[in-house]
Ligand binder design. Structure first.
Ligand SMILES: [Zn+2]
Length: 441
C-alpha cells in the first residue's frame, strides 16, 4: 500500500472482500506526510526538495508554499490543468490519494499540515494520521448504518456502548448459535413474515398468534406465548445486578411487593441511600426507546419514594437498569453501577448482561420459528459462564435447563461447552487484580 504496487482498480477488486482501496490511499498520504515532517532533518530537506522539483516540473516555475499545498491537495485548475507528471513518485501518488479522499494540504514556511474532515494534523501529530483516518472512517460508516431506516434501528442503540459488541473480536460468553443470530437480528435480516416486504398484509401476520405482524420486536418483546422466557431473560440480568449490588450494598428485598402493588426487582441500601432497582429489557427501537423505558420505570416507582421517606429514609433513588433484548447496553446504567462495582468488575458485568440477553433472545427466536422450547422448565439461574462463579442466593435453586446447560437442553439448544463456544473461558476474573472477593465474579 505504501509503495503503490497495486493501482486503485486492483484495490477496488480486493475491496469486494475487504476494505482496502481507502486504506491504500491513507498509507500513501501518511508516507508523504511522514517524509516531509521527518525528525531527521536531512530526510525532511531531501523530501521537500524532491516535492519542489516535482511541482516545478508541473507548473514550469519555482513553486510557493501555496503551490505545494495545491499540488498535494489534487488541484486541477489554472497551471495544474494543462500539464502532467510523466513519472510517478511518492508525491504524485500522495496527490492522487489526497484528491480521492478529499484531503486538504497546507504549507507554512515549507512545513506541511493536512486537514482530514474537521481535524487539522501538523508535524506534532505525524504518528496519528492513520489513526485519525480510521476513526473518522468508522464514525462515517457508523453514521451511515444508523441512518438506515430499518437496519439502523437496533444499531443506533448498540452504538451507545462498546460493551454491546464486546464479543466481536474474541467471542467471549457467546455461543456460536448466539453469534449466528445476533448479527442478523440487529440488522433486521431474520426470516420473519413481516420482514418480507413483498408479501400481502395477511401473510405478514405472526405464525403463532396470527393477530399481529410477525416482526422481531413482536417475537422478542410482545408475543405473550414467550412471556415465560422473557421472565427468565429478565431474571438472568437481575441476578447479575443483584450480585453487583450485594458487593457494596445491603439487599433489603428481592421482587417483593412494597406498597400499592408495586413490586420492584431489588430494594437495596447503598451508602446512605435507599435504592429501588428495576431491570427492564426493551427492544432496541432507537435511543428514545431506551430513554422512554427508563422514564416509565421512574414514573412507575415514584410513589415508593414518598413511602420510603415516611419511614425515615432521607435519600431514595429509583434506578432503572436498561439492557436491550438484542444486547444493547445503556450507558446510563453505569451511573449507579459505578457506586457498587469496581471498574474492572463493571466491565465484566456489562459483558455478561449483554451476552445473557442475546442468549435468551436467540432461544426465544428459535422457539418461535420451530415451536421447540430451547430451555428447561425449571430454569431460574442465568446461563453460568465457565470459570466465572457468581454469588449464590437462597432463591436460586436450580439452573438445570438454562440455555447454557448441556444436561437438559443439549438436544434442543447448543451447549456452552469448550467444543461449541468460540471462547467460553474468560481470562482471570478482574476481581483478582483489583482485590475484590472471588465469590463476586
Ligand atoms: Zn404472535
Amino acid at each position: 500500500m505504501r509503495t503503490d504496487q497495486l493501482d486503485k482498480t486492483a484495490w477496488s477488486d480486493v475491496d469486494k472482500f475487504v476494505r482496502a482501496a481507502e486504506d491504500s490511499d491513507y498509507y500513501l498520504i501518511d508516507t508523504a506526510f511522514k517524509l516531509l515532517t521527518s525528525s531527521d532533518e536531512e530526510v525532511a530537506l531531501l523530501s521537500l526538495a524532491q516535492l519542489t522539483r516535482t511541482v516545478r516540473h508541473r507548473i514550469r516555475r519555482q513553486p510557493t508554499d501555496g503551490d505545494l499545498a495545491s499540488y498535494l491537495s489534487g488541484c486541477m485548475v489554472q497551471e495544474f490543468k494543462g500539464t502532467t507528471n510523466h513519472l510517478a513518485n511518492v508525491w504524485t501518488n500522495a496527490r492522487r490519494a489526497s484528491s480521492r479522499q478529499k484531503i486538504t494540504w497546507t504549507f507554512a514556511q515549507s512545513k506541511p499540515s493536512i486537514q482530514i474532515w474537521d481535524d487539522v494534523l501538523t508535524s506534532v501529530d505525524r504518528r496519528k494520521i492513520l489513526l485519525t483516518f480510521h476513526s473518522r472512517f468508522q464514525a462515517k460508516a457508523l453514521a451511515a448504518l444508523r441512518a438506515l431506516p430499518s437496519q439502523g434501528k437496533a444499531m443506533d442503540c448498540v452504538a451507545l456502548s462498546p460493551a454491546s459488541t464486546h464479543f466481536l473480536s474474541e467471542g467471549n460468553y457467546t455461543r456460536f448459535a448466539d453469534w449466528r443470530f445476533v448479527h442478523k437480528a440487529r440488522l433486521n435480516l431474520v426470516p420473519l413474515n413481516a420482514t418480507k416486504q413483498w408479501k400481502d398484509q395477511q401473510d405478514k401476520l405472526c405464525r403463532r398468534c396470527g393477530k399481529w405482524e410477525e416482526t422481531l420486536p413482536h417475537v422478542l418483546n410482545h408475543s405473550p406465548m414467550h412471556s415465560a422466557a422473557w421472565q427468565k431473560r429478565h431474571n438472568a440480568v437481575l441476578q447479575r445486578i443483584q450480585a453487583a449490588v450485594a458487593f457494596k450494598g445491603k439487599i433489603i428485598s428481592v421482587n417483593q411487593a412494597v406498597v400499592q402493588g408495586l413490586r420492584p426487582d431489588l430494594v437495596a441500601h447503598v451508602g446512605d441511600e435507599l435504592c429501588i432497582l428495576d431491570v427492564t429489557i426493551p427492544f432496541e427501537n432507537r435511543r428514545p426507546a431506551f430513554h422512554q423505558a427508563r422514564l416509565r420505570k421512574i414514573e412507575k416507582y415514584r410513589p415508593l419514594t414518598e413511602f420510603s421517606k415516611q419511614y425515615g429514609w432521607k435519600k431514595v433513588s429509583i434506578v432503572p437498569i436498561v439492557v436491550g433484548s438484542l444486547g444493547a447496553w445503556d450507558p446510563e446504567n453505569d451511573v449507579f453501577l459505578k457506586k457498587v462495582a469496581t471498574k474492572s468488575y463493571l466491565n465484566l458485568l456489562r459483558k455478561l448482561c449483554v451476552s445473557d440477553c442475546i442468549r435468551w433472545s436467540r432461544d426465544i427466536f428459535i422457539q418461535h420459528l420451530t415451536g421447540i422450547q430451547q430451555y428447561g422448565q425449571n430454569s431460574f439461574k442465568p446461563a453460568q459462564i465457565d470459570g466465572v462463579q457468581e454469588q449464590s442466593f437462597p432463591n436460586q435453586t436450580s439452573h438445570v435447563g438454562s440455555p447454557a446447560s448441556s444436561n437438559a437442553s443439549s438436544s434442543r439448544s447448543e451447549p456452552l461447552s469448550d467444543d461449541c463456544s468460540p471462547q467460553p473461558t474468560p481470562t482471570l476474573p478482574p476481581s483478582q487484580s483489583v482485590g475484590a472477593p472471588n465469590s463476586h465474579v
